[in-house]
Design a protein around this ligand. Structure first.
Ligand code: HEC
Ligand code: HEC
Ligand code: HEC
Ligand code: HEC
Ligand code: HEC
Ligand code: HEC
Length: 327
């Protein structure tokens, strides 16, 4: 068997040009099942290894990317570390806290659970208070502070960590690695970039983009097989919505706030065959999102967020809530 890690070790010792001939089967796109439910997830090449080669375009911005930052070891977040140390309510837990989830809207605190690939969530959270210099993060707890075993694995892991196996609810890495969007990358792509999902040469179909982003950005779904609120062993290229049940009715979509609704409406439209616009018409993952969306042709879709008369916003950008994530 040709192990992907073996291929990458060869790659890193500058022998990558011969890897195709050492492992001929790696160069072929294997026939994939339409899902990985109940199956092992593919082994994947980690971001550190990808960045060894992709250090020029992707590397410089990756550490600041919201996907890479979503769940970090505490040592990587000195400002939150200071907030933990200066919050008296956290004294009994301060030494146990190992990870930090979130940054912009809400910050949750975590530690390793006894089981492999699992974390425990602490009740209570920090909220950024940009107006205060002395306490830039304020701690809130609406219930007694304590560790919640099981919650993170059963309710959160699928979208804030990489390669969660729904059978064990164990993840392979914290935060979102390249694999979540580019799939199980074949190292033969160095000669043929079209082997990697989302490569420019591939021109991936809108349904694939909708499923790739939707595996985490649809926060109103349930896996039929596992009952969990996140996708079941989804690997890019799989048929996400065969198992991930979502209420697409106009009533359900109409009652969601604009920031959420524009995601659901776009995926619904793509699934119904409208291939005009995808997430990538407006969002760019590796360069700041910026102004791309202003050049997209105007349609009723824009009126989720803009009043048709004067293009002012339909909502207050400062207000962010989501019931699943608890902010
Ligand atoms: C179905 C996928 C999914 C699940 C399950 C999920 N989240 Fe999230 N979460 C997201 C996405 C996507 C965002 C980013 C939304 C945005 O930027 O608009 C997010 C954002 C957050 C944020 C805000 C991050 C920031 O930078 O401020 C926090 C905190 C959070 N989630 C915590 C949780 C917790 C705790 C759980 C489990 C109880 C959970 N999430 C379950 C997908 C999920
Ligand atoms: C959240 C999804 C996501 C993650 C995670 C992600 N990428 Fe990408 N990547 C994309 C998308 C989407 C594109 C296509 C760019 C476009 O069309 O706007 C892309 C494009 C690229 C490109 C082509 C160059 C470019 O900027 O267009 C490279 C190289 C790349 N990614 C490497 C990586 C590496 C290495 C990692 C991990 C360190 C990674 N990506 C993680 C979504 C992602
Ligand atoms: C041995 C070096 C090497 C490693 C390791 C490597 N790549 Fe690449 N990658 C390349 C080369 C060379 C190309 C083709 C030239 C280019 O577009 O940069 C490429 C192309 C790509 C593209 C298409 C770029 C485009 O312009 O459309 C993506 C996406 C990509 N790689 C992602 C990844 C991801 C994700 C990983 C890790 C899983 C990875 N690469 C690991 C060397 C590498
Ligand atoms: C494996 C889960 C996952 C996948 C796949 C994923 N995202 Fe995300 N995305 C997240 C999470 C989690 C956050 C929020 C991180 C945080 O704030 O802590 C996020 C944040 C974002 C943001 C906000 C960025 C910012 O700077 O605030 C955008 C935009 C986004 N994602 C777009 C996409 C698009 C487009 C795709 C598909 C190419 C995609 N995501 C794929 C989980 C995912
Ligand atoms: C027509 C352009 C357009 C399309 C298509 C689009 N978005 Fe957005 N999206 C935006 C704009 C503009 C914002 C900024 C809203 C704000 O800051 O209030 C946004 C915000 C977001 C955010 C929240 C970032 C934050 O800081 O709160 C996420 C996550 C996101 N989009 C993901 C997606 C995904 C996933 C898709 C595809 C299913 C998608 N978007 C399709 C324009 C678009
Ligand atoms: C997810 C919500 C969202 C969607 C969907 C969306 N926009 Fe926007 N749009 C925004 C936000 C947020 C801004 C920034 C407003 C600000 O800075 O005050 C903006 C700004 C703009 C601006 C600049 C307005 C100005 O006064 O500077 C234009 C033009 C625009 N959008 C066009 C569109 C078009 C066309 C579409 C449909 C293809 C669209 N938008 C879809 C959220 C959205």
């Amino acid at each position: 068997m040709c192990h992907p890690r073996l291929v990458v070790r060869l790659a890193l010792s500058a022998l990558w040009m011969v890897s195709g001939s050492l492992c001929p089967q790696a160069a072929e796109s294997p026939k994939k099942p339409s899902h990985h439910i109940g199956r092992d997830l593919p082994d994947y090449v980690t971001g550190d290894e990808c960045l060894f080669c992709h250090r020029n375009v992707v590397g410089p911005s990756w550490n600041l990317n919201a996907h890479q930052r979503t769940l970090q070891p505490r040592v990587m977040t000195p400002d939150i570390n200071r907030a933990i140390e200066s919050t008296p309510e956290l004294d009994p837990y301060a030494k146990q806290i190992q990870f930090v989830l979130g940054y912009q809207t809400q910050i949750r605190l975590l530690r390793k659970a006894p089981a492999y690939g699992q974390l425990e969530l602490l009740t209570g959270s920090f909220e950024p208070d940009p107006d205060s210099e002395s306490t830039p993060f304020r701690f809130h707890a609406s219930q007694p502070i304590g560790w919640k075993p099981g919650t993170f694995s059963q309710r959160c892991a699928g979208c804030h960590t990489t390669a969660v196996d729904s059978r064990t609810q164990a993840f392979a890495a914290t935060a979102i690695d390249c694999y979540a969007c580019h799939g199980s990358v074949d190292l033969a792509h160095t000669n043929d970039p079209s082997l990697v999902y989302l490569a420019k040469k591939r021109n991936d179909p809108p349904v694939l983009i909708a499923a790739t982003c939707g595996q985490c950005h649809v926060r109103t779904g349930t896996s039929k097989a596992s009952g969990l609120p996140y996708a079941n062993n989804h690997v890019v290229g799989d048929d996400l919505f065969a198992d991930f049940a979502v209420d697409w009715s106009p009533a359900a979509l109409g009652s969601t706030p604009p920031r959420e609704r524009h995601i659901l409406e776009n995926i619904r439209a793509v699934r119904e065959g409208d291939e005009e616009t995808t997430c990538l018409s407006c969002h760019n993952i590796h360069r700041a999102s910026g102004r791309r969306h202003r050049s997209v042709a105007s349609s009723a879709y824009c009126h989720i967020c803009h009043h048709p008369e004067d293009m002012t916003l339909t909502y207050d950008r400062r207000v962010k809530h989501h019931p699943l994530c608890g902010y």
